[in-house]
Design a binder for this molecule. Structure first.
Ligand SMILES: C[S@@+](CC[C@H](N)C(=O)[O-])C[C@H]1O[C@@H](n2cnc3c(N)ncnc32)[C@H](O)[C@@H]1O
Length: 286
């Protein structure tokens, strides 16, 4: 069944619901690739560095929220860069539908990093997460819309062990309720790293994370392209929202693309030890 993930403020955003939940990822990568979708590459760089800062990858679990077909897992746990991921799925375009999973599974197995972290994926798109699990990208998956209903016991168990919660391309689809549910289930408070479109108001989520005892920092100067605007109404709506929020749209105008900022939330002790500008400032420099 196609998913229609469109909260109100996404009304002018191109609708990719038809590719989010297909039996395999080829339509997703084909469609998003045409718009230069690149946010998973930025996300993986951030998550990788944060894992270092948390003492290394060993024994760590990453919960990828709105994981889709788990591009973030592919980039974090495999010797694979985003352009190769696009090339790989393009090379599978002519493969028989029932052969794709096995070809993909083998492709990833040959590229698995020895220091892979445990990956848990959460998404409302059941086909996408189950596909990602079947090819080995996810160690556990949760199919749920936590904006609509609270998590069941199994989902809570999957969230409990998360050390790092990451989001690319998902803020706006999900909001306060999702973060509340995840953090309420956590054994220990995880770190949260969210790449969020600049025209989306992150402050309600920030307040929720604050209420739950995490300290959130906005990485000043960090602004990375997510993907090109799909069409003129989408561009106009994004620029209008940026204007409303008082954000200078210079980069969006220059690149003709949605751009994302970065919020990192940590337990107070970790936040006190080193400001996020020291940990990730080098990513903001360019
Ligand atoms: C742009 S895709 C991002 C996928 C992946 N993170 C990436 O960067 O390639 C957005 C994802 O959000 C998921 N999504 C939309 N609404 C959701 C909800 N309420 N709960 C969980 N996932 C949701 C969609 O199914 C889709 O997989």
């Amino acid at each position: 069944m196609p998913i229609d993930p469109k909260p109100d403020h996404y009304h002018a955003k191109a609708d990719f619901g038809s590719v989010y939940n297909q039996p395999d990822p080829r339509p997703y990568y084909r469609t998003l690739g045409m718009l230069g979708y690149e946010i998973p590459a930025h996300g993986a760089r951030v998550f990788d560095r944060l894992l270092d800062e948390m003492g290394g990858r060993e024994g760590k679990t990453v919960l990828d929220v709105c994981c889709g077909y788990s591009a973030n897992a592919a980039l974090l746990n495999y010797d694979v860069q985003l352009p190769e991921l696009y090339e790989h799925y393009a090379s599978l375009e002519d493969a028989a539908d029932d052969a794709v999973t096995e070809l993909d599974r083998r492709w990833f197995a040959a590229r698995r990093r020895r220091d892979a972290v445990t990956m848990v994926g959460l998404d409302v798109a059941d086909n996408a997460v189950r596909y990602a699990t079947s090819v080995g990208l996810l160690d556990a998956d949760v199919v749920a819309d936590l904006e609509a209903a609270p998590p069941d016991e199994e989902a809570k168990k999957a969230f409990a062990t998360a050390d790092l919660v990451g989001v690319t391309g998902g803020i706006g689809y999900i909001g306060q309720k999702t973060f509340q549910a995840i953090l309420a289930a956590a054994d220990e408070p995880p770190w949260v790293a969210a790449l969020s479109l600049r025209w989306v108001d992150f402050s309600p989520i920030l307040e929720t994370l604050d209420d739950l005892g995490l300290v959130t920092e906005h990485l000043e100067g960090y602004c990375v392209p997510q993907r090109r605007f799909a069409h003129e109404p989408e561009r106009e709506a994004a620029l209008a929202s940026l204007h409303e929020r008082g954000v200078d749209p210079a980069l969006e105008l220059q690149l003709g693309a949605h751009c994302a900022e970065l919020y990192v939330s940590r337990p107070p002790d970790a936040a006190r030890q080193r400001p996020i500008s020291e940990v990730l400032g080098y990513l903001a420099a360019g």
